[in-house]
Design a binder for this molecule. Structure first.
Ligand code: PLP
Length: 400
């Protein structure tokens, strides 16, 4: 039995089965690579599901976290500290809109807080309905799950006692039919990540903004996966030139340290009066220091430009392969759609070839690597993806 197999057996015996048995026992990481407990090295093309924005063991993150841990690790919300103020100010500056921030610990928690804003807005205006999208994903807590449009994971836990209407994602006519003056809020992802990186059609978010404004409903954008550099911008929605009432963030925001945030316009933020919401760990000093280091490094090293350039390189490398139907998404947050439903096998082959990726659906390999990745590392991924496809779907003469 290898050491990995031993740890896996202990995992299966000690941890609940909700994640199944993950394939790789990671011991450490450096840059874009992780090493397992048996010494095998993998190129990390999934970045802990769009989280490890600076890669692993990044000196800026290590220093920020170490210095902050040595100085002050926790205050609770009974007291405040400078880092949470600094982070909130910085997030509003990046967003470019007047507003206020609520800090929490995960994406799910950010959506819980946003859902509370929606409910409070509904209470104040007599609106009861929430509109969300089919196949959308907002988290696993009961609130976030109630607006999650993936039936298989939502339905076992319902009913939720909330009037939620799910519309087909990206279908403007369906959205128009669903949004009237009974709607308190519309929740949308600019691109659906867990469904295989499926972007909304151009103009959809803008139209959603106009519809919600006309009906007095909040537009709440879940940028937990799409935000913080994934699309080559701090926020995916700015490409449509709109200002939503609230945006939820997490994942890449902390570069691997758990943190979530809700950014809201002044008007929406005013719904959170004293006592309506809270979190013991929200705005934790270590998490805020980590997030500030992530932002500083992305700005200093021009990482948003890096992923945009590399995204084009990825297209050039893979789009000619006949087994690749399309590559959805932007920059280096991509759903590589295959012509055959072999994504799970391809991901398994990639692991054998020393690459971590994932298959959110049968025909799609998803990548969301560190924003720090280099062109030669990306080339290495492309070579290995083609090699994995050669094993799962051999196509003579398929190489681009
Ligand atoms: N919203 C979106 C769009 C997500 O992709 C996720 C996680 O994948 C979540 C919410 C939930 O975030 P977390 O797992 O941090 O609670």
């Amino acid at each position: 039995m290898t050491y990995s197999e031993q740890i896996k057996a202990r995992y299966a015996a000690a941890l609940m089965g909700n994640y199944g048995l993950p394939p790789v026992v990671i011991r450490e990481g450096e840059g874009r690579y992780v090493t397992d407990v048996d010494g095998n090295t993998y190129l990390d093309m999934i970045g802990g599901i769009a989280v490890s924005s600076l890669g692993h063991d990044h000196p800026a993150l290590v220093e920020a976290v170490s210095v902050q841990a040595a100085r002050l690790a926790h205050t609770s919300n009974l007291f405040l500290h400078e880092k949470e103020v600094e982070l909130a100010e910085k997030l509003l500056e990046l967003w470019g809109n007047p507003g206020k921030v609520f800090l929490c610990n995960s994406g799910t928690e950010a959506n819980e807080a946003a859902l509370k804003l929606a409910i409070l807005h509904g209470n104040a205006t007599g609106k009861t309905r929430i509109v969300a999208t089919e196949n959308g994903f907002h988290g696993r807590s009961l609130g976030a799950l109630s607006i999650t449009g993936k039936d298989a994971i939502r339905e076992p836990f319902g009913p939720f006692g909330r009037d939620v209407v799910f519309v087909p994602y990206g279908d403007l006519d369906a959205l128009k039919a669903a949004v009237d003056d009974t709607v308190a809020a519309v929740f949308l992802e600019p691109t659906q990540g867990e469904t295989g990186v499926v972007p909304a059609p151009a103009g959809y978010l803008k139209a959603a903004r106009e519809l919600t404004a006309a009906n007095g409903a909040l537009l709440i954008l879940d940028e937990i996966q799409s935000g913080f550099g994934r699309t080559g911008a701090w926020f995916a929605h700015t490409a449509e030139g709109i200002v939503p009432d609230a945006v939820t963030l997490a994942k890449g925001l902390g570069g691997g340290v758990p943190i979530g945030a809700v950014l809201a316009t002044e008007e929406a933020a005013a719904l959170f009066t004293k006592g309506v919401h809270g979190s013991t760990f929200g705005g934790n000093p270590i998490a805020c220091a980590a997030s500030l280091a992530v932002i500083d490094t992305i700005e200093r090293d021009h990482l948003l430009e890096n992923v945009l350039d590399l995204g084009r390189h990825l297209d050039a490398r893979l789009l000619g392969d006949p087994r690749v139907a399309e590559i959805r998404g932007q920059a280096l947050w991509r759903g590589i759609a295959l012509t055959e439903p072999v994504a799970a096998e391809v991901v398994e082959q990639l692991i054998g070839l020393g690459v971590l990726a994932n298959a959110p659906r049968a025909d799609t390999v998803r990548i969301a690597p560190p924003l720090t990745i280099t062109e030669s590392e990306l080339d290495d991924f492309c070579d290995k993806l083609i090699a994995a496809l050669d094993i799962t779907s051999p196509a003579p003469g398929a190489r681009p």
